[in-house]
Design a protein around this ligand. Structure first.
Ligand SMILES: O=C(O)CCC(=O)C(=O)O
Ligand SMILES: [Fe+2]
Length: 366
């Protein structure tokens, strides 16, 4: 197998585009110019950030799932997964078999990429009509409050969807590292979807089949340090439009927080674990039994943080609606209507991130 670095970059006509986002300043550069400045465009209502909603003591309760037990079909672990998805919508996965070196290479190469001068990173800048490449997504008005982060977003699977001109060739070997990391995550994702099918009362490969093609995108978030972490958010509260999201965080930095019982609970990094969350697709298919939970990221005062979110989603033309056998017509109504996934995804990208507001378009009016 050849290296991706050897492939000629040709425009791929099969590769989908997603949505435009308005150009905004590079946050890493803002901090470099003046570490103390926090422009008004980033400052939030204090109520949005408020620590009155702090529920950090619950952090240790976020479930930890052993993937090797799930893969063996262990009943107890499957029950744990079911409870995790009902009660938390988030869990951390251990024994996932992605090699430590693959995770570490990704972290090392990415740190090197973000340390490059802006002109170098801008060689991969997002075009005006799409969100693949280096830049910002979900910026739709000059008025909206901005997130304290920059991002590198790439579609990695299926391979024919790749737009290789946005895959950085510096540092050397980065494209192959991306590939190795994404392959590892994909394997974890496939294992998880087999188990999700089981706990949703279906044959193991049912969910994968429904996806027609498992599409995977990677969003690397770079949250620069911020002199006023109490005034900004790294990423606004949102739920993911994915089926599931698999996230790697750095082991020594906090940032991710999830909504639980009305408060915010930090997801403390467990070394080498991957954080998984239920996305909107599972919420819709399960008629709300499993919840796509709102989450956000806060910034740190003295350290930049990098996170790696892989979104596993269905092909654009797949229709999503609650599974008949999960809608108990005696007691529960259908909570969601049928949506075409590609339309759902794109209309959510035309809005700013705003909690679960974008899920309204799939809700049955009550
Ligand atoms: O940085 C994080 O921990 C969360 C990132 C995230 O929620 C996303 O990229 O969708
Ligand atoms: Fe997210």
């Amino acid at each position: 197998m050849g290296s991706i670095a050897d492939e000629t970059v040709v425009e791929n006509v099969d590769a989908p585009t997603y949505a435009p986002s308005l150009p905004v300043p590079n946050v890493q550069e803002l901090v470099k110019e003046d570490p103390l400045q926090v422009p008004d465009r980033y400052v939030r209502d204090q109520d949005d950030i408020l620590l009155a909603n702090d529920m950090s003591w619950l952090s240790s309760e976020i479930p930890i799932i052993d993937l090797s037990l799930l893969s063996k079909g262990e009943k107890e672990e499957l029950n744990k997964l079911d409870r995790a998805c009902k009660e938390w919508g988030f869990f951390q996965v251990v024994n996932h078999r992605v090699a430590k070196k693959v995770l570490q290479d990704m972290k090392d190469a990415t740190a090197e990429f973000f340390a490059l001068p802006l002109e170098e990173k801008n060689k991969y800048a997002m075009p005006p009509d799409d969100i693949q490449g280096y830049g910002h997504a979900y910026v739709v008005s000059e008025e909206q409050t901005l997130d304290w982060s920059d991002a590198l977003i790439l579609v990695v699977y299926p391979a024919q969807y790749r737009k290789l001109k946005f895959w950085p060739s510096t540092p050397k070997g980065y494209k192959d590292i991306f590939e190795a990391y994404s392959k590892g995550v994909k394997d974890v994702g496939v294992e998880l979807l087999l188990s999700f099918s089981t706990i949703m009362g279906m044959d193991q490969d049912a969910l994968l089949g429904m996806h027609k093609e498992l599409v995977q995108a990677l969003r690397v978030n770079y949250y620069p340090e911020c002199s006023r972490p109490d005034r900004v958010l790294g990423i606004s509260p949102h739920s993911d439009t994915s089926t599931i999201t698999i996230l790697m965080q750095e082991h020594d930095k906090h940032g991710l927080q999830i909504k639980h019982n009305g408060g915010w609970v930090p997801v403390k990094p467990v070394p080498d674990a991957l954080v998984v969350n239920v996305g909107d697709v599972i919420e819709i298919l399960s008629n709300g039994k499993y919840k796509s939970i709102e989450h956000r990221a806060v910034t740190n005062e003295s350290k930049a943080r990098i996170s790696y979110a892989s979104f596993l989603v269905p092909r654009d033309d797949v229709e999503i609606e609650p599974l008949d056998h999960l809608v108990d017509t005696q007691s529960t109504k259908k909570m969601y209507k049928k949506v075409v996934y590609g339309e759902y995804l794109r209309s959510s990208m035309k809005r700013r991130l705003e909690g679960k507001a974008h899920t309204q378009m799939a809700k049955v009016e009550t």
